[in-house]
Ligand binder design. Structure first.
Ligand SMILES: *[C@@H]1O[C@H](CO)[C@@H](O)[C@H](O)[C@H]1NC(C)=O
Ligand SMILES: *[C@@H]1O[C@H](CO)[C@@H](O)[C@H](O)[C@H]1NC(C)=O
Length: 250
């Protein structure tokens, strides 16, 4: 019985997509495809094709449809990549008043300098039909029930106080604008900073952009986050990251 199930599974996997010139190398597991083409790295559902000369095809076109793939230069050891725009997106992390506004975070000079280049990047992505995904802190009441004390204390800095962390009232700016509750959803401090706010609101309205609230350092701490679910459901395979602390807050 076990052997029968296994055979069926193999057949399903092989018949499902249209594999034409080649099949794929898997990196492990029980199912190994024949290996006529060593340029394919990965498995049927997620693979790169190495085209030589440090150029990589990231479109997964063996198993997924393509529209008008784009070739993009890269600055690292890999020279260029080919991407499928309908499965690529720009993820913008934490470019919020809380992290970038001069009255709230005076030291974030570099972050404020990133705003202009980011606006250009956003426009370039939209022009190629690629989605902009705003991924920002935005806690709601339910999140406060499950957020670990380590987060609450960590965000309170040296105060170690519930009056200086998530959900506490942050007072007003010099011009009396209410800052709102610390990184709570829909507060002024949780909005994108400066001209990014108008871009986000307009982009979401136009349908070119999507907005995802984070309730942990990462917006991808499980596939059940709003961002994780959207990426899976839409078969996104290629992501570009920009914003604040993209080494740790993605
Ligand atoms: C806000 O007011 C404080 C206290 O008067 C001052 O030190 C600070 O420079 C002001 N910030 C801005 C951005 O105007
Ligand atoms: C939304 O679409 C309108 C009409 O195409 C355009 O003029 C505007 O610039 C767009 N806004 C954003 C933020 O993309």
């Amino acid at each position: 019985m076990a052997q029968y199930t296994f055979t069926m599974l193999l057949q399903t996997l092989i018949l499902l997509p249209t594999i034409t010139s080649s099949t794929l190398i898997t990196t492990g597991g029980n199912i190994t495809f024949p290996v006529p083409d060593l340029s394919l790295i990965g498995n049927l559902y997620s693979h790169w094709e190495y085209l030589g000369d440090d150029t990589f095809d990231l479109t997964r076109s063996v198993s997924l449809p393509t529209t008008t793939p784009l070739t993009i230069p890269m600055s690292g050891t890999r020279k260029s990549a080919i991407i499928e725009p309908s499965r690529s997106a720009l993820v913008l992390i934490d470019m919020q008043n809380f992290f970038l506004h001069p009255e709230i975070n005076p030291v974030a000079e570099a972050g404020r300098k990133a705003v202009e280049p980011m606006l250009k990047t956003i426009h370039a992505f939209r022009a190629k039909g690629m989605k902009i995904l705003w991924v920002n802190w935005g806690l709601d009441g339910r999140d406060l029930l499950t957020i670990p004390p380590a987060y609450l204390d960590g965000f309170s800095g040296t105060a170690h106080s519930p009056l200086a962390t998530f959900d506490s009232d942050m007072g007003t700016l010099n011009d009396s604008t209410p800052i709102g509750k610390f990184l709570m959803r829909d507060s002024w401090n949780a909005r994108p900073y400066g001209p990014l706010y108008g871009e986000q609101v307009g982009g979401v309205k136009n349908g070119t952009d999507l907005y995802f609230h984070k309730n942990r350092m990462s917006g991808l701490w499980g596939t059940q986050t709003p961002l994780g679910l959207w990426l899976e459901e839409n078969q996104m395979t290629t992501l570009f990251f920009g914003g604040v602390n993209t080494d740790q807050c993605v």
